[in-house]
Design a protein around this ligand. Structure first.
Ligand code: PGA
Length: 282
């Protein structure tokens, strides 16, 4: 798990967006897993800017969203269909048939969930999955207690999530109680996961997810089991990490970071040399 900590949300969003753009440029038909909520808005703004100013081409990109509220149709203002259209889809050249968002109005949820899983597989799996984190440590709508092996299915939202998300609705009573969501197991199959968090309200869930035990009570902690996760944080979201200094040290001493001594270079040389013989020595 790689943690990258930036002074401000805008900077964090710009670097995360650049990572996504690099993938699209290298693999024009990349499969992206998309998230909704406040956190990825900066990334979407930056991707739109790159499309308009740098010609970032989405025409062959395929996308799968994490979740949708049950009972809300694509025209509902608070639906995630509407969110994606407003913040990304209408501004870039994604091909509509290449975008996928779980249906909040299907008449057959089990069949739809099975189809969604199959469709991800038919597209070759998700190359890069964008994730936010809930106040209760959820990823997508995998609330505390969700199986870490879960697949796309219906979930009952936790009270905390309903309260957190009430800000997007006229009244708290309007927040749907059920959602259709990719499972933790579905998410863990993505080749690369980008977890984004900003603000003090995310400091505690981030500390639990990154430094706590792997537990179904904080489904983001399951990312510790994934071989390729990048966590993008602003200072406020990193505020409760015991390992804050450790991650700063690692960032300052990456092989491509400016060097203040030579021990690292010597180590790299030794590893490269040993690589010729197939033996890694230090
Ligand atoms: P937020 O939501 O980005 O609006 O904070 C994240 C989440 O609940 O997953």
């Amino acid at each position: 798990m790689e943690l990258l900590i930036y002074p401000r949300y805008e900077e964090m969003s710009a670097v995360a967006a650049r990572q996504i753009a690099d993938l699209i440029n290298a693999k024009p038909d990349a499969v992206l897993g998309l998230a909704t909520g406040s956190t990825p808005l900066g990334v979407y703004r930056e991707l739109v800017r790159m499309h308009l100013e740098e010609g970032l081409d989405f025409s062959e990109v395929r996308t799968f969203n994490l979740d949708e509220y049950v009972g809300l149709g694509p025209q509902d203002r608070q639906s995630y269909h509407c969110f994606m259209h407003e913040h990304l889809f209408q501004h870039v050249n994604l091909t509509p048939r290449n975008t996928h968002i779980p249906s909040g109005t299907t008449r057959n949820y089990p069949a739809f969930c099975a189809w969604y899983e199959r469709r991800i597989e038919d597209c070759g799996g998700i190359d890069l999955q964008i994730l936010g984190i809930g106040g209760d440590g959820h990823i997508a709508f995998n609330e505390p207690g969700s199986s870490l092996a879960s697949r796309t299915r219906l979930k009952t939202l936790a009270r905390e999530t309903i309260e957190d998300n009430a800000r997007f609705f006229d009244r708290k009573e309007d927040v749907p109680i059920y959602a259709i969501t990719m499972g933790v197991g579905t998410i863990l199959e993505a080749r690369h996961c980008l977890l984004l968090a900003s603000g003090t309200s995310k400091a505690h869930p981030i500390a639990q997810a990154v430094e706590g035990p792997v537990t179904a009570m904080c489904t983001a902690s399951a990312l510790q089991l994934h071989p390729h996760v990048t966590v993008y944080l602003d200072e406020a979201a990193a505020g409760a990490l015991v390992s804050h200094e450790h991650h700063r040290w690692i960032a300052a001493n990456r092989p491509n970071a400016p060097r203040t001594d030579t021990w690292w270079q010597n180590t790299v040389d030794a590893v490269e040399y040993a690589g010729d013989t197939g033996v890694h020595q230090r």
